[in-house]
Design a protein around this ligand. Structure first.
Ligand SMILES: [Zn+2]
Length: 215
């Protein structure tokens, strides 16, 4: 592997800063984390977007959240076809091995992935329709969500589709038999959240009103 380069110096400096402060002040706690293994109570599925910071929002420390991030916080449908499914693998591990009690699906405002899906579904992003577009084929997961918002006013569609990305993922989670089993017995609960980055607010989906309300 000839292409790996040393870290840029700003990251080296930041690492040494962390080691000398945060780590040094909590060294025994880090050793305990290492020795005892992880027992996170919650799994989080959030977007890769660098502005989405689930551990900050919930004040979570190392060991608390088992986090999977992908473009637009999407869960694909259950598809046991022998192929490589990264998102499905993390869900299987979280539910069957770690036995998490909660799965939080966290969508967010100004999501580029969701905007791309909107552009693709309205014929404005032919490059995403190419078979070779990994992003485009990934965003196909959200097409059923687009069908539900396509008649809304154009200015509302992106936000509505961001929330649909959460709902589609919750629906697809329930297609996994091991998720279904745990939800039915009450050992696992699913939560749908949407974070407004600019406002610093979080809304949660409430089935009884069929919509999102501030937490
Ligand atoms: Zn996003």
């Amino acid at each position: 592997m000839q292409n790996a380069k040393p870290l840029p110096s700003y990251l080296v400096q930041r690492f040494h800063g962390w080691k000398a402060t945060t780590y040094a002040e909590n060294e025994s706690w880090y050793h305990r984390l290492a020795d005892e293994g992880q027992r996170p109570r919650a799994m989080v599925i959030s977007c890769c977007d660098s502005r989405v910071h689930v551990t900050s929002i919930f004040g979570a420390d190392q060991g608390e959240f088992f986090i999977h991030r992908n473009i637009a916080n999407l869960v694909p449908p259950y598809q046991p076809d022998g192929e490589q499914h990264g998102t499905s693998a993390t869900i299987e591990y979280a539910v069957s091995e770690l036995k998490v009690a909660h799965i939080l699906v966290l969508g967010h405002s100004n999501c580029g992935g969701v905007q791309g899906c909107l552009d693709m579904c309205t014929g404005h992003a032919p490059e995403l329709e190419e078979k070779t577009s990994f992003v485009g084929r990934w965003m196909d997961i959200l097409r059923p969500g687009f069908e539900r918002v396509k008649d809304a006013p154009a200015e509302d569609r992106a936000r509505l589709l961001e929330k649909e990305s959460v709902l589609v993922s919750l629906e697809n989670l329930m297609t996994f038999p091991f998720v279904q089993d745990e939800v039915k017995t009450g050992r696992l609960s699913l939560h749908g959240l949407w974070n407004d980055i600019g406002e610093g607010s979080v809304e949660q989906y409430l089935p009884e009103i069929g919509g999102f309300r501030p937490v």
